[in-house]
Design a protein around this ligand. Structure first.
Ligand SMILES: Nc1ncnc2c1ncn2[C@@H]1O[C@H](COP(=O)(O)OP(=O)(O)OP(=O)(O)O)[C@@H](O)[C@H]1O
Ligand SMILES: [Mg+2]
Length: 254
């Protein structure tokens, strides 16, 4: 299946500069896809465009056959496409559990059963979300920290919490923006194992990352972005052997 997430000729300009410049690629269902490229290549902008946080100037994005170009982020999330952030949001004053529950969940009454039967009260919904959040915290190994201050988490634990926030939305496809940045090696192993397990359970991933160990270990497909354009696609071995990729990273012919 090749047309799970498709990005067709996408363009986004900031001022006169095209951060994304006629970019075309597709992600395959059930796999982990890596998106790599030098600093400023447009990787985060591409995630912002896919997830509905920034609107493109031209081009099209579709997910599972739905045209999601320019659609609001919460609507895209409700289709099962969620993303995490390169820079983890400030969590001061909240416990780990509270900060997890801040994530925008599904709106009450939107489901078929909600419309047909009695709608859950806000209190019931909150209780349900808290139970679900604790279950996810247990899964990612942060259950014992649920009631501690979120600002005291390590860099890696904050990245895990970002992943938990995505999982709370029951996603089909998760886009991760630099899940390894600022993460200690032991926690990186935990994160990588978790991503692999979730992939085996049917969740698809798109991962933006500079850590080539993570990309090499996890990714089924790798796409290289340079100056807003798709440069090379293939397996990790294929793309890293390509002289155009070496040149893009070094800024000179290989
Ligand atoms: N909101 C914005 N306004 C103006 N320029 C922007 C904006 N967002 C991104 N850019 C520019 O677009 C280009 C691509 O930035 P982007 O953050 O997408 O790169 P990146 O590949 O994620 O880089 P990094 O690996 O450093 O995170 C850069 O030149 C950046 O300065
Ligand atoms: Mg970035």
């Amino acid at each position: 299946m090749t047309d799970y997430l498709t990005i067709d000729n996408l363009t986004k300009r900031f001022g006169g500069v095209a951060a994304i410049d006629g970019c075309t690629l597709s992600l395959r269902k059930g796999l982990i896809t890596g998106l790599i490229g030098p600093n400023g290549a447009g990787k985060t902008t591409l995630l912002n465009l896919i997830s509905g946080m920034v609107k493109p100037d031209a081009g099209r994005v579709s997910f599972e056959g739905h045209d999601i170009t320019g659609v609001a982020a919460h609507r895209i999330a409700s289709l099962g496409l969620v993303r995490t952030f390169q820079i983890v949001r400030e969590l001061s004053g909240l416990t780990v559990l509270e900060s997890l529950l801040l994530s925008p969940g599904h709106q009450m009454g939107e489901t078929v059963s909600g419309a047909l039967f009695r709608r859950p009260t806000v209190q019931e919904q909150e209780q349900h979300n808290a139970i679900k959040a604790r279950r996810i915290l247990a899964r990612i190994g942060l259950w014992h920290l649920a009631d501690q201050s979120a600002s005291q988490l390590s860099g890696g634990q904050k990245k895990l919490l970002e992943l938990a926030r995505a999982l709370l939305l029951e996603p089909k496809l998760i886009l991760l923006d630099e899940p390894a940045a600022g993460v200690s090696p032991p926690l990186l192993d935990v994160i990588m194992r978790l991503i692999r397990e979730l992939r085996d359970e049917g969740i698809s991933f798109g991962i933006v990352e500079h850590d080539m160990h993570l990309i090499a270990e996890l990714c089924d497909d790798v796409h290289v972005l340079a100056e807003g354009k798709m440069l090379v696609s293939g397996s990790f071995a294929e793309v890293t052997a390509d002289p155009r990729v070496v040149e893009a990273y070094l800024g000179m012919p290989a």
